[in-house]
Write a protein that binds this ligand. Structure first.
Ligand SMILES: C[S@@+](CC[C@H](N)C(=O)[O-])C[C@H]1O[C@@H](n2cnc3c(N)ncnc32)[C@H](O)[C@@H]1O
Length: 240
C-alpha cells in the first residue's frame, strides 16, 4: 500500500497556490483573518499556514486507505473531515455522493480543497479545533492524522468533541500516526496507539460499537524520497 497522505510524494507543480490565498469560495473563517485563533495563544495557525505555503502541494492527493475502506461500506450522507489538509479525502467522499464539511486551521489548505472539489457540494470551515468546532451532527466524522507539533494541542478533547458530532447510526473514524510521523523520520516519537485513543474517547459501550481498533503498517515516502513502513493507529466506531 502506498501513502495517501503525509509523505506521499507531491504529484506535480500544477498546483499554483500562492501566498495570498484566503479560505476558499464558500468557506467560512471562524478563526479570524489574522491567522492566529483568538484566545489560544497558539503558534498552530502560523505553523500550518507556513507548512502549506512552503510548497504548492504537500500531500499526494489520494484518499487515505482507512477512510476509503470505511466509507465504501456506508451509504453516503453527511461527512465531517477534521484537519482536511488539501482535501484528498473530502474530494473522494464528495465524488461518491457525500455532502462534506471540510475543516482546517489553514486558509491555504482550505483554498486548495476548494479548488480540488470543483462543483461538488462541500462546505469549507476554518477552525482552530482547539478553540471552535463545527456545528451539527454528521453520518461520518473523520479525523485522519489530526496531529500537531504543538505540545498543548488538545487532541483527546477534540476527538471526544468529534465523537459527540456523530449522528445516531453514524461512524467515527480516527486514524493517527503511530511511532514515527513520516515527515519527522529521525527521532522516534511516542504517538497514541489505537488503544490510547479509545481510552481518551471513553465511548459508552451502550451507545457505541467499536468496529475497528488496530495498528496497520503502511508504506510511506519520506522527505528524502526513501520508502519505509510506518504504523497507522486506527479506531472506527459506530454510534448506536
Ligand atoms: C498531518 S495533516 C493531515 C491532513 C489530511 N487529513 C491528510 O490525511 O492528508 C494535519 C492537518 O490538521 C490540520 N490541523 C492541525 N491543527 C489543527 C487545529 N488546531 N485545528 C484545525 N486543523 C488543524 C493541519 O492544518 C493539517 O491540514
Amino acid at each position: 500500500m502506498t501513502d495517501g497522505h503525509a509523505g506521499g510524494a507531491p504529484t506535480g507543480p500544477d498546483d499554483t497556490t500562492g501566498p495570498d490565498e484566503t479560505a476558499g469560495a464558500g468557506g467560512t473563517d471562524r478563526a479570524g483573518e489574522s491567522g492566529r485563533a483568538a484566545g489560544t495563544g497558539s503558534e498552530a495557525p502560523e505553523f500550518w499556514e507556513g507548512f502549506y505555503r512552503s510548497r504548492p502541494q504537500v500531500f499526494s492527493g489520494r484518499v487515505n486507505p482507512a477512510l476509503a475502506r470505511a466509507a465504501r461500506a456506508l451509504r453516503p450522507g453527511t461527512a465531517l473531515d477534521l484537519g482536511a489538509g488539501e482535501g484528498g479525502d473530502t474530494a473522494w467522499l464528495a465524488e461518491r455522493g457525500w455532502t462534506v464539511t471540510a475543516v482546517d486551521i489553514s486558509a491555504t489548505a482550505l483554498a486548495r480543497v476548494a479548488r480540488r472539489v470543483g462543483g461538488f457540494p462541500v462546505a469549507l470551515e476554518r477552525h482552530d479545533l482547539a478553540v471552535t468546532f463545527p456545528a451539527g451532527g454528521f453520518d461520518l466524522v473523520s479525523a485522519q492524522y489530526l496531529h500537531s507539533l504543538d505540545d498543548a494541542f488538545p487532541r483527546a478533547a477534540i476527538l471526544r468533541r468529534a465523537a459527540s458530532a456523530v449522528a445516531p447510526g453514524g461512524t467515527l473514524l480516527v486514524v493517527g500516526h503511530g511511532g514515527l510521523a513520516p515527515r519527522g523520520w529521525g527521532a522516534p516519537l511516542r504517538m497514541p496507539t489505537a488503544d490510547d485513543v479509545l481510552v481518551a474517547l471513553a465511548l459508552d459501550p451502550a451507545a457505541w460499537e467499536v468496529e475497528r481498533r488496530e495498528s496497520v503498517e503502511r508504506v510511506s515516502t519520506g522527505p528524502d524520497g526513501a520508502e519505509r513502513s510506518v504504523p497507522d493507529e486506527i479506531v472506527q466506531a459506530r454510534r448506536r
